[in-house]
Design a protein around this ligand. Structure first.
Ligand code: NAD
Ligand code: UGA
Length: 450
């Protein structure tokens, strides 16, 4: 068995993860493959115009691409050459048939398993990197090992990195999780996988479990994080009604070491490709096992999140004299969080659609996410897109700050104010601007939870 690594799926997960693995394992060849030739071409582009924006990623790729990291569309060759095969393909929410709207769509994963079986010329360790429903590994193992010439061992090694901090999270993970069969074969495979990470992650942070625990842990971890965001957003509405300040409440709650300060920032609700998908997946699993009350509990996390975006638009309508028709609203930020161009499930998309229903005129500005924003809102008429915040605000009645891009607080807010129609309103859904300074300029200011 060689120690080279293939990764099927060159997306947000496959690309950055394998770049760091290659950087820290110079003795191993790492080949990342994808069916999307355009994506692979972007990973290979001479000017490093990579398909994924992540701070620090270009530097890592620059160091290792062509040394021991390779991007290719030749899945067969990668599977043949490498005895450890990671799978990081997408697992979106199913849109059809049983479990539509909740369960994971596993067709890409299964196609990959069949590819691995077809091309393998020896035993392989197959590592689930994608987030998958509990017991997927069993299904994969059944497909792979049914009348197989070679032995396949399936491990679960879910990824916990967050977008925008992917490289930092990969370099200094709180933990790496590897789940595998608890037999001799499985334990040896776990050790083989652990050795990849042990070249830079302290051993005590590499946690091993059985496969099912690993698969479920990933869903549970995302559900817990999403639940914290929904919990603080539920408190935010109450703060607005009572005169409490959600940032003060969060600061004090978070000072309790049993609770901790992270993931207590009230805002427009969580977005991103995974929280909603993974919580829905958990709901579906609970339903499937007859755990209806548990399913309802987790469904509430999603409901609260959707309510937060509806609340933003309702408040805006109320504060803007009960009509938004023909008013120009500038959305500052479209990415689901700062430091990424990703707009999957972004709250800004939901807010844009709700504003369009009110017949508002929308201008979207974002430093990284405009190509995705244009695609997401292609069906809405008359939306303007500009990287220039001042152009977006020109003649606007309101600025709705949706993403906490670091440079937004230091924009020239006087200049923005001067170019807007009066009364000019700022709705800071991230509570990241200096509200007193804005009020001193003459803005009307709304926040979340105050
Ligand atoms: P993505 O859509 O960015 O990338 C997936 C890639 O897989 C695409 O480029 C697609 O072309 C490719 N692909 C699909 N089917 C294929 C096949 N049969 N053969 C070869 N390539 C194929 O998705 P992503 O954001 O990287 O997420 C991948 C998985 O990782 C998901 O299960 C997700 O839940 C999980 N995850 C994502 C993040 C994140 O921050 N995005 C974090 C942790 C876990
Ligand atoms: C999340 C998890 O943090 C990762 O551990 C996980 O690997 C990943 O999902 C995944 O499985 O895909 P990500 O979605 O990239 O990472 O970003 P987060 O930083 O978790 O933010 C998610 C959303 O919650 C964002 O919209 C963010 O603005 C929002 N959020 C986060 C808040 O509104 N308040 C907070 O306090 C924290």
């Amino acid at each position: 068995m060689n120690h080279d690594i293939a990764c099927i799926g060159a997306g947000y997960i496959g690309g950055p993860t394998m770049a760091v693995i290659a950087q820290k394992n110079p003795g191993r060849k790492v080949v990342v493959v994808d069916i999307n030739a355009e994506r692979i071409a972007a990973w290979n582009s001479p000017d490093f115009a990579l398909p994924v924006y992540e701070p620090g990623l270009v530097d890592v790729v620059r160091e290792v691409r062509g040394r021991n990291l390779f991007f290719s569309t030749d899945i067969a060759a990668a599977v043949r050459q490498c005895d450890i095969v990671f799978v990081g393909v997408n697992t979106p929410t199913k849109t059809f048939g049983r479990g539509a709207g909740m369960a994971s769509d596993l067709q890409f994963w299964e196609a990959t398993a069949r590819d691995i079986k077809r091309y393998a010329e020896g035993p392989k360790i197959v590592v689930e990197k994608s987030t998958l429903p509990v017991r997927t590994a069993a299904a994969m193992e059944a497909i792979l090992n049914d009348h197989a010439e070679h032995r396949f061992t399936v491990l679960s090694n879910p990824e916990f990195l967050a977008e925008g901090t992917a490289i930092r999270d990969l370099l200094e993970p709180d933990r790496v999780l590897i789940g595998g069969p608890q037999d001799e074969d499985g334990l040896a495979a776990i050790e083989e996988c652990a050795a990849i990470y042990a070249s830079w992650v302290p051993r005590e942070r590499i946690l091993t479990t059985n496969v099912w625990s690993a698969e479920l842990t990933k869903l549970a971890a995302n559900a817990f994080l999403a639940q914290r965001v929904s919990s603080i957003n539920a408190i935010a509405g109450l703060c607005e009604a009572t005169g409490a300040d959600v940032d003060e409440v969060a600061r004090v709650i978070g000072a309790d070491r049993r609770i901790g300060p992270k993931f207590l920032k009230a805002g427009p609700g969580f977005g991103g490709s995974c929280f909603k998908k993974d919580v829905l997946n958990l709901v579906y699993l609970c339903e499937s096992f007859g755990l209806h009350t548990a399913a309802e509990y987790w469904r509430g996390v999603i409901r609260m999140n959707e309510h937060q975006q509806e609340r933003i638009v309702s408040r805006l309508v109320r504060e803007m004299f009960n009509t938004l028709a023909s008013k120009r609203i500038a959305l500052f930020g479209f990415a689901f969080k700062a430091d990424t161009g990703d707009t999957r499930e972004t709250p800004a998309g939901v807010v844009a659609r709700l504003l369009a229903e009110e017949h508002a005129r929308i201008a979207v500005t974002d430093p990284k996410a405009l190509p995705n924003a244009r695609r997401d809102l292609a069906d809405l008429e008359g939306v303007e897109f500009t990287e220039d915040e001042y152009a977006a605000a020109e003649g606007a009645d309101a600025i709705v700050l949706m993403t906490d891009w670091r440079h937004y607080p230091s924009l020239d807010w006087q200049r923005l104010f001067d170019s807007m129609r009066k009364p000019a309103l700022v709705f800071d859904t991230r509570n990241c601007l200096d509200a007193d300074a804005l009020r001193a300029i003459g803005f009307r200011v709304l926040h979340i939870g105050k």
